[in-house]
Design a protein around this ligand. Structure first.
Ligand SMILES: [Zn+2]
Length: 186
């Protein structure tokens, strides 16, 4: 059976304000929106090669994707599961990978996805967390379920940023994410 995966590269054109490009966090000239898109496209190619349908909430940096409309896109395309890619930023010292989810029934998958990334990248695990433990009480994207928002690492932490930009590590991490996703939807 073919599964429809909705992949959401965080930030981008018209994310928060119409006509304004939202780069997300920026550190050392690297933009969160770019990393999110690169990881989305990596995971997309792996899932498509496995015969599945993949829909992105935005396809490039010109494609307007208001944050409040992304869950609707997932519904419109009848997604089975959504994965959203983001990066954290803090004080340059905080580091690690964490994955947000909604609902106790999704905790195990959130944890599996998080550990898949942690093992591939060698980042510190900050674990699976409910959306209440995020910077926002509710995440707009979570209006679609199930949805897993992976904060891949801290873009302003030198070690994490190097890993997020490493093409081999990205490939390995996305293969591990795909394995977890496909094991649950098989
Ligand atoms: Zn973000």
């Amino acid at each position: 059976m073919s599964t429809t995966f909705i992949l959401d590269p965080g930030h981008g054109m018209s994310n928060r304000r119409r006509g304004v490009f939202d780069p997300g966090a920026v550190a050392a000239g690297v933009r969160e929106a770019d990393i999110a898109m690169e990881w989305t496209n990596e995971l997309r190619s792996i899932l498509r090669a496995a015969g599945h349908r993949v829909v992105r909430t935005r396809i490039d940096h010109h494609d307007p994707a208001p944050v409040g409309k992304r869950a609707g896109i997932a519904r419109q395309y009848r997604g089975d599961v959504m994965v959203s890619f983001h990066c954290n930023a803090a004080d340059g010292r905080a580091n690690g990978t964490e994955t947000f989810y909604r609902g106790a029934e999704n905790r195990a998958m959130a944890s599996a996805l998080n550990e898949a990334v942690v093992e591939a990248l060698g980042t510190r695990s900050r674990g699976a967390r409910t959306e209440r433990e995020s910077q926002h009480a509710r995440l707009a994207i979570m209006a679609f379920q199930p949805c897993f928002l992976i904060e891949l690492g801290f873009i302003d932490h030198d070690g994490d940023r190097a890993k997020l930009l490493d093409a081999d590590l990205r490939r390995r991490a996305c293969e591990a994410i795909a394995r977890e996703l496909l094991s649950s939807t098989a």
